[in-house]
Design a protein around this ligand. Sequence first.
Ligand code: NOJ
Length: 520
Amino acid sequence: MTDQPTSTSGRPWWMDAVMYQIYPRSFCDTSGTGVGDLDGVRRHLDHLSWLGVDGLWLSPIFPSPMADHGYDVADYCDVDPLFGGMAALDALVAESHERGLRVLLDWVPNHSSDQHPWFLESRSSRDNPRRDWYIWVDGTPDEPPTKWKATFPPGTPAWTWDDTTQAWYHHRFAPQQPDLDWSNPAVEAAMLDTLRFWLDRGVDGFRMDVIHMIGKDLSRIGPDYGDATDPVRTHGHLRRIRAVLDAYDGDRVSVGEVYILDVEQVAEYIGAGPEGPELHLGFDFVPLFLEWAADPWRTHLAQAEAALGRRGSWPTWALSSHDITRVRSRLGSEEKARAAAVLLLGLRGTPFLYAGEELGLEDATVPPELRVDPAGFRDGCRAPIPWDASPHHGWAGATPWLPWPPDPDVRNAASLRDDPASIVHLYRRLLAARRASAALRAGDVTFLPAGDPDNDDVLVLERRAPDGDRRLVALNFAPTPRPFTPPAGPWTVEISSTGAGEGAPFPNELAPDEAVLLRP
Ligand code: NOJ
């Protein structure tokens, strides 16, 4: 157990934070397995402190057969030996806290591994006391109870036949990830205890995997429904989850993966619900799919602000994750990825960076024989992080579990840190600017017209804090220069995505693909 770092702003720490997602398998191998481990994370805490983030989220580190690389949990209260076991996590949490960095774990409550003792018991006989911890339906092996499809492997049923007890079990993901039945109070109680286990050990909160799926109404198992998800029940579970976190000091936080591409619906799970508080934070995934153009971004950002604002909830933003092509690869150029970084770190809310985003990493090209993702498309964004230009790029020597991203000899943390013009320095300057500005950290946001009615390619945000601190963020989505005269100038370029003109008066023109942060 270690003490939580203290908050200095008077607001919960997570409102002022910029978080950093680590996919531990891909971060740094110190033990020669070819898979990253927690000592590898600890080794690079210096990089996180240098960059200026406030905390990290570790994708799952629990014992797992790794059918979904950790999102199939075989024990919610331990750490897989592959990652270094419990001692490695304790050391990582302690050292992170000494540096003032928070640590979030990834809690996977919708499903366990099929190797979890609960499921092994559940499938062992129809009268096992844990039978109804999972979702079983009688039938015959030739026809699943419904036509529902699992999320992956693509096209497969959401049901698997079990010969021993002659019944089907339900899984929203792979067959090795059976869904827990949260409508059974014993399941909820056991899962809430797993939260307490880690909170007692000193972690600062959780990212909660597909949390919107946990509430289910089993009477919906039939042809009239697309799945058994019951939002009303989910809201109840979320209030009780929230009560567990709120019973601890130190503003422990929940960040929901509410994977619904509609921010109005996502907002229903965040903040002060009609019957009590639910998630503290929840990702909005729509930006990861938006066309790179001013109008869709302006429209969506305004819609998200309105949806979350109805309950006074605080937004959560990300450009990349372990589930989607990296932002640099999606946008197609480093210039655009740089502009996106200025936007992300200029938004109102809590930004999450995905490890390697600050290095401008692209997805790796993964040949078919090396693919390991059960969903089939996520290996590229999970490529190992190259730390330096040495032959093993700072990893322990074994061939990494996935191939390196492009150009690791030059695009690695050490080489980029040596180059003040590189993208990692841009991220670092943005983080420092955000930390120093009340407007950026905590101010409100308004979307300003770009001045010229023909200026459809420029997005402008104003951030303003109660103490009068102000910033403008302006982004030119076009590949050619665009005029932009900010209101009530003069304005100084605090940061440019191109690095040009910082500290000089803003010249009222944006370069191609440029985003700027302006201060009065
Ligand atoms: C969402 C996670 O982000 C993803 O990686 C995982 O495969 C599914 N949930 C299932 O746990």
